[in-house]
Each structure stands twice: as structure tokens, then as C-alpha cells.
Design a protein around this ligand. Structure first.
Ligand code: ADP
Ligand code: MG
Length: 222
């Protein structure tokens, strides 16, 4: 599902990622842990094609069978929209749109049929326990609800993988637990692949594998 080799990233003289290699299968839930500043967000942004490694010629990145290091930015945007979902620490929902509208936007960008998109968004929101929140705007939702809307938005285009960067970092422990259980349910029900950066020990423990970011390398948990 995801294969990355020799990912290198530096900012000026700071080498953040020295040689990151990673292989993730479909339906795996992977946790990435590591100290603050160790490069977890940088890695997730690169895997999610939002940022590029500093060694364009020498790395490889393949997601869902598509080799991504040599395609144009336009093709990359299209690929990202259709194959990758993102969940951030702060939900990053658009404040002036309702929950339903926020969920639909990535599918409208993909030029899908309006009615089909709305029906699917409604199904997803119902599946995530948000049926009575669909017309609320983000600031009228709790933190846990906002994150579940973000999950629905991440899933609207049936992505090959969802990348989540500290998704429960801003939630109380109950809402965090509920969100983590949701990830596992979506994996069981739909075979959804997740790569999750987290400081939450419970979440890391629930994952199939935990990888540790340290000194520019991604190591398997001992
Ligand atoms: P983490 O998510 O593990 O806390 P980050 O990937 O955000 O770590 O950052 C890793 C290192 O790279 C940090 O030292 C950070 O200051 C630096 N860094 C991140 N983004 C930039 C940037 N755009 N410009 C310069 N330095 C950056
Ligand atoms: Mg980070």
C-alpha cells in the first residue's frame, strides 16, 4: 500500500529525516511516536505528498501502486484528493461551512455528482454518530465531534490511506478513546489503512505496529 525508501529532508543545515524507509500494508493501523521535534509531522507531510523530500532523485514513494516522486504537481494534487485523507490535531474544518458541507468539499473538488456526494456524506456522518449535528458549523461542535467530522471528510473519497497527525492531541480522554475506537472499527469494517502520529500511549498500543522517529531514522519498536 505504501512503500517509501531513502526519504531525506533537511531545512538549511538541520537534517530532520536522514534515511527513512517504510512499508505499510493495506488495512494496517500504524502508530508513529517520538520526541517533539523529531520529524514526525515532516515525515507525515512527505508521505501525504503535502511536502517533498530534499533528495528528489534518490528517494522513492509509492502509494496504492502509484509511483509519486516523478509526477507533476497537478497530477499529484489529483492523486492526493482521490487517494489520501488527512486528519490534523486541530480539525481544520472550514468555519463558515456546516459539518455536512465540510465533509462534501473534497468530493466536490473531485467533481463527483452532488446528490451522490451528499448521500454518502450523510451516511458517513450517521456512521460516525453525528446525524443530529449535520447542519452545525464547527464552532457549535465539541472537540470530539469536530474530529469525527474531520474523519468523515478524510473518508469521503474512499482514500487508500488516512494520515493523522496527533488526532487526539487536543481532546479529553473520553473523546480521545472514542476517536481511537473509531479508527479501529473503520479498519475492521472497511479495511481502512491508517498512519497515525501520536503521543497517546493507549492509541499507540492499539495499533498493529508502532514505529519510532529518532535522530532522523524511523525504527521498529523494540
Ligand atoms: P515533530 O512533528 O516530531 O514534533 P517536526 O516534523 O514538526 O517534528 O519538526 C522537526 C524539526 O524540523 C524541528 O526541529 C522543526 O523546528 C524543524 N522544522 C519543521 N518545519 C520546518 C520548516 N518549515 N522550516 C525550518 N525548520 C522546520
Ligand atoms: Mg508534529
Amino acid at each position: 500500500m505504501i512503500k517509501a525508501t531513502s526519504i531525506y529532508k533537511c531545512y538549511d543545515n538541520l537534517e530532520v529525516l536522514k534515511d527513512v524507509n517504510l512499508h505499510i500494508k493495506k488495512g494496517e493501523v500504524i502508530a508513529i511516536v517520538g520526541p517533539s521535534g523529531s520529524g514526525k509531522t515532516t515525515l507525515l507531510q512527505i508521505l501525504g505528498t503535502l511536502d517533498k523530500p530534499s533528495n528528489p532523485e534518490k528517494h522513492t514513494l509509492e502509494i496504492n501502486g502509484m509511483s509519486l516522486n516523478k509526477i507533476s504537481d497537478k497530477e499529484l494534487s489529483k492523486f492526493r484528493n482521490q487517494n489520501i485523507g488527512f486528519i490534523f490535531q486541530f480539525h481544520q474544518l472550514l468555519p463558515e461551512f456546516t459539518a455536512l458541507e465540510n465533509v462534501c468539499i473534497p468530493a466536490f473538488i473531485a467533481k463527483k455528482n452532488k446528490n451522490e456526494v451528499e448521500n454518502k456524506a450523510l451516511e458517513l456522518l450517521e456512521r460516525l454518530g453525528l446525524s443530529d449535528r449535520i447542519h452545525h458549523k464547527p464552532n457549535a461542535l465539541s472537540g470530539g465531534e469536530q474530529q469525527r467530522v474531520a474523519v468523515a471528510r478524510a473518508m469521503i473519497n474512499d482514500p487508500a490511506v488516512i494520515f493523522a497527525d496527533e488526532p487526539s492531541g487536543n481532546l479529553d480522554s473520553n473523546a480521545a478513546k472514542r476517536l481511537h475506537e473509531l479508527f479501529l472499527e473503520l479498519r475492521e469494517e472497511l479495511g481502512q489503512t491508517f498512519v497515525i502520529v501520536t503521543h497517546n500511549k493507549d492509541l499507540a498500543q492499539m495499533a498493529d505496529r508502532t514505529l519510532i522517529m529518532k535522530d532522523g531514522y524511523l525504527l521498529n519498536e523494540k
